[in-house]
Design a protein around this ligand. Structure first.
Ligand SMILES: Nc1ncnc2c1ncn2[C@@H]1O[C@H](COP(=O)(O)OP(=O)(O)OP(=O)(O)O)[C@@H](O)[C@H]1O
Length: 207
């Protein structure tokens, strides 16, 4: 039987030296939907996000992914299972081009870091996939631009493309519009909708 929820938390609690930052949270994330965790500053959104992505260990409670208890697993293990966190500036190499960044992400994901040994045909396929991913986030014309030269919003789009290279089943976005002007915000909304095609998205946003 298929699980009704792709991601679920049961009575999730996080205490910091007795201070309860997250109190008994029961999330139910439906497959194929875009969910947002919203609330004022200090409500505990970032802490929940860090618990889900295994950057923090819960004090109590359980996290289930596709019905499997992933509470004891580490970030890398859940990423391999298809639960991937995006929008981490550090994920992008500033002095490489947009295309090279995507290629590194793809090679890392495929475990092909030494694919320069492989046939030209294989490399062409890799480059084609890179261009598809760049096009998906509206960066095709910036393929050969050094990342450091990209505008802020476009760097975020590149980060999203490097995340999509990992073929996530569920994508976790931490404040995807943070620090952006209204023009970029519209673009990110579109990007999230594009990224959500065929997958589940959970994002954290301020009210
Ligand atoms: N490492 C920590 N040690 C102690 N207290 C913490 C820690 N991390 C978060 N908190 C506290 O837990 C509460 C929730 O913080 P959290 O950052 O999750 O809120 P938030 O809803 O994401 O708000 P913000 O938008 O300000 O990030 C806050 O009162 C915060 O001070």
């Amino acid at each position: 039987m298929t699980e009704p929820y792709v991601l679920e938390t049961r009575n999730l609690v996080k205490e910091f030296k007795g201070f309860v930052a997250v109190n008994d949270v029961n999330l139910k994330i439906q497959k194929g939907h875009i969910h947002a965790l919203i609330g004022p500053n200090g409500a505990g959104k970032t802490t929940v996000f860090n618990l889900l992505t295994k950057f923090l260990i819960p004090t109590r409670g359980q996290i289930l992914y596709r019905g499997e208890d992933i509470t004891p697993l580490k970030s890398a293990a859940i990423a391999r299972k298809g639960m991937v966190r995006s929008f981490q500036i550090s994920a992008v190499f500033p002095h490489m081009t947009a295309l090279e960044n995507i290629r590194v992400a793809l090679q890392t994901f495929e475990g092909n870091s030494f694919s320069f040994w492989k046939s030209g045909n294989c490399l062409n396929k890799l480059n084609e996939r890179c261009m598809e991913l760049l096009a998906a986030v509206g960066l095709a014309e910036f393929a050969n631009t050094t990342t450091v030269e990209l505008a802020y919003g476009r760097k975020r789009a590149l980060e999203l493309a490097t995340t999509l290279a990992m073929e996530p089943e569920i994508l976790l976005l931490d404040e995807p519009t943070q620090g952006m002007g209204s023009e970029d915000v519209d673009r990110v909304v579109e990007l999230v909708q594009t990224a959500a095609q065929g997958r589940t998205v959970l994002m954290v946003e301020h009210t």
